[in-house]
Design a protein. Structure first.
Length: 441
């Protein structure tokens, strides 16, 4: 039995009001005044979808997808406001079209002077540093800028296509696992996703379809394909590599071999002539100068600082060790068939423990898994994390501790409360790091 028509009507009303907010121009100073009302409307849409029993009508799914596309089309046409990363993507594509290895020179190098212009080059963030983006991301930059040369909006439009592909694959995964496909609203209507992907065009959007295809291949018992897809995702953003223990099973060869071969083949076209410089700025990314809104590791460093001069190193080492322990537990203890839950555990553990910098869009790769296993703590963080933009509007050197506490502390408490709730009410359930769902979900 489908939903009553009133449910589709209510979603249409929420989508229409959201559209009125998305259509308005925004600046860095006014962004949060747009974001949080949209977050409230998004929360109401989640309640409508997740509080209803399975079997919603196709009309509701159509409404969700249609408004998701409208939101993105409105924002993709806006100028870059929250981030200038996309200028580097266009620049790296331009460098490759000129036949130059993007890992060889930083943008300000004299060898690249003929490629400079008045529109892209002056907007590049950190022009004195070699690019950090991995090989498959570079291949996609080159491909996109070949189709739409030197176009910021063209690059954003290409990113939008990958975002839509993510929604399509996510709907298919929901259907495959027996979940209501309208749960895609958790990803599709998230204002964080709309603004960070359609608005800022972050490279993470290129990675997500490959990540979901890796999960889909695992569910279809195709470990070799899963390894290739995870390898491609890793060659776009690197951190998907933490999903290796979630998708690997002991005594299985095809998955690790295909994953490793994909990584090697991805780097081969770029390694000639640059050697280890093929990793670009990555080794320096973990330095203390990159610390910004770091979450748990940042709080731990602050607590250890009065006790030792190596507080940051000790905190980072502890978090890395704990992540390895969790990776071992995920690979050993969780049911082999529930690949999405395993992936959710590893992504959640990574976000809790590893980031030296925690930008708002870093949360997004968790959201597709939350469509299957909602967690109030992570949903809270997907909204509260945008408070970090206050640091840019007030010219703070970093996010103030009070804002960091407001971002992360409720998230941790909600994750803990939800895990305890399920342990008490469902003794046979697997314990989780905030990956568990309330009874009505």
């Amino acid at each position: 039995m489908g939903w009553p028509p009133s449910q589709a009507l209510l979603l249409s009303i929420l989508g229409s009001v959201s559209t009125l907010l998305y259509v308005q121009d925004y600046t860095l100073a006014t962004y949060l005044w747009r974001f949080f009302p949209l977050l409230g409307l998004y929360g109401l849409a989640l309640w409508l979808v997740y509080s209803k029993p399975p079997g919603a009508s196709a009309t509701c799914l159509s409404v969700i997808v249609a408004f998701a596309v409208v939101f993105r089309l409105l924002v993709v046409a806006s100028p870059l406001v929250l981030s200038s990363d996309l200028y580097r993507y266009v620049w790296d594509g331009r460098v490759q079209r000129a036949g130059i290895n993007p890992y060889r020179y930083p943008p300000e190098a004299q060898a690249l002077a003929p490629l400079r212009d008045a529109d892209i080059y002056p907007q590049i963030n950190r022009p004195g540093l070699v690019t950090i983006y991995p090989p498959v991301a570079q291949m996609l930059f080159a491909l996109i800028t070949t189709v739409v040369p030197d176009s910021v909006r063209g690059m954003k439009a290409a990113m939008l296509l990958f975002d839509l592909a993510t929604m399509i694959i996510l709907i298919r995964l929901l259907k495959t696992t027996g979940k209501p496909p309208e749960r895609v609203v958790l990803y599709a209507w998230s204002p964080l996703v709309v603004y960070e992907f359609a608005g800022s065009g972050h490279v993470d959007v290129l990675m997500l379809p490959f990540l979901l295809l890796a999960l889909q291949a695992r569910l279809a018992h195709r470990p070799g394909v899963s390894g290739v897809m995870l390898g491609l995702a890793t060659l776009i953003k690197l951190y998907p590599a933490v999903l290796f223990p979630a998708l690997y099973t002991r005594q299985e060869r095809r998955f690790p071999l295909s994953f490793g071969a994909t990584l090697v083949l991805g780097y081969l076209p770029y390694i000639s002539g640059v050697g280890l410089q093929v990793f670009g700025y990555l080794p320096d990314y973990f330095g203390p100068w990159e610390d910004f809104n770091g979450g748990f590791r940042s709080f731990l460093t602050l607590a250890l600082t009065p006790l030792t001069v190596t507080a940051r190193s000790l905190a980072a080492g502890f978090c890395a060790a704990l992540l390895l322990v969790i990776a071992y537990m995920v690979s050993r203890r969780h049911p082999m068939a529930d690949w999405i839950r395993r992936a959710l555990h590893m992504i959640g553990a990574y976000l809790l423990l590893v980031p030296t910098t925690f930008h708002p869009w870093y949360v997004i790769w968790l959201l597709p898994c939350l469509c299957f296993y909602p967690a109030w703590g992570w949903l809270y963080l997907s909204g509260a994390i945008s408070l970090s933009y206050i640091a840019y509007t007030q010219d703070y050197p970093s996010v103030p501790p009070s804002i960091q506490l407001l971002e992360f502390l409720p998230c941790y408490l909600l994750l803990l409360a939800q895990a305890l709730w399920q342990r008490w009410h469902s003794p046979d359930a697997q314990p989780a790091t905030g990956l568990l769902r309330p009874r009505n979900l």
